[in-house]
Design a protein around this ligand. Structure first.
Ligand code: XMP
Length: 319
């Protein structure tokens, strides 16, 4: 009968058979899928694997440092860390349209990744954390035509451009199975149970133009929100939770002063595969406490709202 331990052994055999003595490059995002792929492949073929982490400048607070130290120091996996934040933020300046943001980020990501990967020399294989739901690229509505809702920056384009063969050991798995595989590989819960994070990062959590100031404000609010979720013991009950910084300012009062600052929206959903989702029913106490902390501790935000939209008709991300 089927067990994750058996799947792991088969997957490692398949990787060894596919790549032989060849070199493999794996793009790390800090997310569960690419992390599990990297650890699995490293276990199978050791230092024939090199990971590439591209810092887009669109990550959450502290995330890049965590990824680099975890993979370099704890797992001893050869890792190239490229800080490309100036490039990404420069090209995104003034870009407001969601699809333009996604396409710009996707194009730059491929350029930078390609450049870094080519430094490895002679790598024939590209590893990706493609899951079963990613294989279904477009969503078909009851009876209607098939429609692509959002372009995903991290699936298409790269392998063709780089002329590499794909290694995709998670292709048949759903997210919960990837987490089981990670546990089977001995990976820590903080890594395996992480919420998904989109390739375009915080760029699609700031409707309108992205600036360094807005990114800093969003990071602070997001950190407080997730801190409260963890303290309440709710992190693992929620599929995904994050703050969104709205490009709208509203009037408030703080002490004797009038304030005129941004609105922050909080999002949290339950889901099994990201295809459909329900908003998470926090208690009023939780929402009140979190709003108060964000408004008191984050300069630039004076109002917090909670998003009660499920998917469909909403999407999980705001862009
Ligand atoms: P939506 O917003 O379409 O998101 O309901 C469904 C799930 O996909 C994630 N997402 C992305 N992940 N690259 C990714 O790797 C992307 O471009 C992207 N867009 C959305 C989103 O966070 C949610 O988990």
């Amino acid at each position: 009968d089927w067990t994750m331990a058996a799947f792991k052994d088969q997957a490692m055999d398949a990787i060894r058979r596919q790549v032989g003595g060849g070199k493999v490059i794996c793009g790390l995002s800090g997310g569960v899928d690419s992390s599990v792929v990297a650890v699995l492949i490293h276990e199978a073929i050791g230092d024939q694997l090199t990971c590439v982490y591209v810092d887009t400048g669109l990550m959450r607070a502290g995330e890049s440092e965590q990824v680099v130290s975890l993979f370099r120091d704890k797992y001893n996996i050869p890792l190239i860390h490229r800080d490309a934040s100036d490039l990404f933020l420069g090209e995104l300046e003034g870009v407001e349209d969601p699809e333009t943001k996604r396409k710009t980020i996707g194009r730059l990501f491929i350029d930078v990744f390609d450049e870094e990967a080519s430094k490895v020399g002679g790598a024939e294989f590209l590893a990706q954390g493609t899951l079963y739901p990613d294989v279904i690229e477009s969503v078909s509505f009851a009876g209607g035509p098939s429609v692509t809702i959002k372009s995903h920056h991290n699936v298409g384009g790269l392998p063709e451009r780089m002329n590499m063969k794909l290694v995709e050991p998670l292709r048949e798995l759903f997210k919960d199975e990837v987490r089981d595989l990670g546990r089977e590989l001995g990976m820590a819960s903080e890594l395996v149970d992480r919420h998904p994070f989109p390739g375009p990062g915080l760029a699609i959590r700031i409707p309108g133009a992205i600036t360094r100031d807005r990114l800093e404000i969003l990071r602070k609010a997001d950190t407080i929100y997730l801190d409260e979720i963890r303290k309440a013991g709710l992190y693992n009950e929620i599929w995904q939770a994050f703050a969104v910084l709205l490009p709208v300012r509203t009037v408030g009062v703080m002490g004797d002063n009038r304030t005129y600052e941004y609105v922050c929206a909080l999002r949290a959903v339950t889901s099994t595969d990201g295809m459909t989702a329900d908003y998470y029913p926090f208690t009023h106490e939780f929402l009140g406490r979190t709003s108060t902390r964000i408004i008191n501790e984050v300069k630039g935000i004076n109002r917090v709202v909670y998003d009660t939209t499920s998917k469909p008709p909403g999407t999980i991300e705001w862009e």
